[in-house]
Design a protein around this ligand. Structure first.
Ligand code: NOJ
Length: 452
């Protein structure tokens, strides 16, 4: 697919929403200020060897204090929508019960500032930062999760529902349940099916219940939830690789969208483990409660995966053949760059039928950016955006109802287990001084949005 023609935002139509996305834990810092309670990431990051370079999210980009400046940057780059998340433990330090008025006030200030600048807020309710107090009682594996989540969502929508109409219930449930409760690579560092399955089931229930709570409280709400997705490409046409790809697909792409759409958990012939999920939690009883008619779905696609049979991987019996090994273009995190695959995965989610609107709620790439004489020449990131936005335009022109795109992310920030070593921002951050410098890709985006 050629993308060499000059690309302009206007090709996407006047109503297309262009934004940037951030997340509380990755940007805010101020982890103990004004009565905030600890989150699972504050605690997990203290564990030896869990975060590359030993980075902690305690200060991050200091967004809690610098939000006005950062919103000015969003404006200066020409975006019109802004996605951020609410830190659960900032507004409910123990997770439930007592509300922290100072935390509540922060998000009022942030929302008011967005509105003052003419930026439409998109608020993510849960972007991976569970209060530590709830983790002590089992976190996402606890059967109390739905009750706790209900409390959190209710506080948020009652407080901010007059001003905020666009809500995202969960960010990438597959991400936080698999990395955090199966593989132990993310907070809270739990492992095994015995943790993973209950976490999945509670997340699937909260996903739908959150939607219902917003619908019943916020008039004219626009409600979505966000799925991570990756096109799964079999390494060879051999039967064993084809089947491995199907298993990976069921797990990585189907596990959360299908229950939301009323289909229950996916069933895959050669992946009996998934059927245990049905039985384990008697999930078949909950099909209806896991269903919600979302106004839009958010899609986040960072890479396709090329998958082969691997007997050594428990349950899944599949593993990916890295982009580096296959010698195909990839980011500095090793994630394959493949815009055609982005096009195909958008199409795939659209073809589910029943999806009303798609938002690309995140898209971006990490490179080892260097600040030299006040300039960050990140041509690879600009190239990435050109390719991916062209692919998105192709999907849109074919009639897929894509309504917006959020670049990930505004400023370099705390990239979970990669700490501060992976830079995704359109704006460079010197984490010692908090100095911001717009990268060349940021200027490219500004010109693209202006149409110049
Ligand atoms: C998706 C997550 O939502 C976000 O928090 C993360 O930083 C990006 N992926 C990049 O890994």
């Amino acid at each position: 697919m050629s993308y060499l023609h000059k690309l302009h935002a206007s090709s996407f139509g006047p109503d297309f929403q262009w934004g940037v996305a951030i997340a509380a834990q990755q940007n805010e810092g101020a982890h103990l200020d004004d009565g905030r309670g600890l989150s699972i990431w504050d605690v997990f990051s203290r564990r030896q060897g869990k975060i590359k370079g030993g980075g902690k999210p305690y200060e991050a980009c200091d967004f809690y204090y610098r939000y006005k400046d950062d919103l000015m940057l969003v404006k200066a780059l020409g975006f019109s929508v802004f996605r951020f998340s609410i830190s659960w433990s900032r507004i409910l330090p123990e997770g439930v019960g007592r509300v922290n008025r100072e935390g509540i006030a922060f998000y009022h200030r942030l929302i008011d500032e967005c509105l003052l600048l003419g930026l439409t807020p998109y608020v993510t309710l849960y972007h991976w930062d569970l209060p530590q107090e709830l983790q002590k009682q089992g976190g996402w594996t606890s059967h109390q999760m739905l009750k706790w989540f209900t409390r959190f969502v209710t506080v948020c929508v009652e407080e901010y529902g007059d001003k905020v109409k666009n809500w995202i219930v969960l960010n990438e449930p597959m991400g936080f349940t698999s990395l955090g409760y199966m593989m132990g690579m993310h907070a809270p560092g739990k492992t095994g099916i015995g943790n993973f399955f209950p976490a999945v089931h509670n997340a699937a229930l909260c996903q739908a219940e959150g939607g219902r709570l917003i619908r019943s409280t916020v008039p004219k709400a626009n409600i979505g939830t966000v799925f991570s997705c990756s096109e799964i490409i079999p390494f060879t046409r051999r039967e064993e690789d084809l089947l491995a790809a199907k298993r990976a697909d069921a797990l990585l792409n189907r596990l959360f969208i299908e229950p939301a759409m009323g289909r229950g958990y996916p069933h895959e012939e050669n992946f009996p483990l998934l059927d245990k999920l049905h039985l384990h939690n008697k999930a078949w009883k909950y099909t209806e409660r896991m269903t919600f008619n979302f106004d839009f779905i958010g899609i986040q696609n960072y890479f396709p995966l090329t998958v082969k049979y691997n007997a050594l991987i428990p349950y899944l019996h599949a593993s990916d053949v890295k982009a580096k090994v296959r010698k195909v273009p990839h980011t500095d995190m090793g994630w394959e760059i493949n815009a055609d695959s982005f096009y195909r995965i958008i199409k795939r989610f659209w073809l589910y039928g029943g999806v009303k609107e798609i938002m690309i709620t995140e898209g971006g790439a990490a490179f080892k950016d260097q600040l030299v004489n006040g300039v960050v020449d990140d041509a690879k990131r600009t190239d990435y955006f050109q390719q991916y936005l062209s692919a998105m335009l192709r999907a849109k022109k074919e009639g897929i109802n894509i309504k917006g795109y959020f670049a990930w992310t505004l400023t370099d920030n705390f990239e979970w287990s990669e700490g501060y070593t992976a830079r995704f921002g359109l704006v460079h951050v010197d984490f010692k001084t908090q100095l911001r410098t717009i990268k060349n890709s940021g200027y490219w985006f500004r010109d693209f949005l202006r149409g110049s």
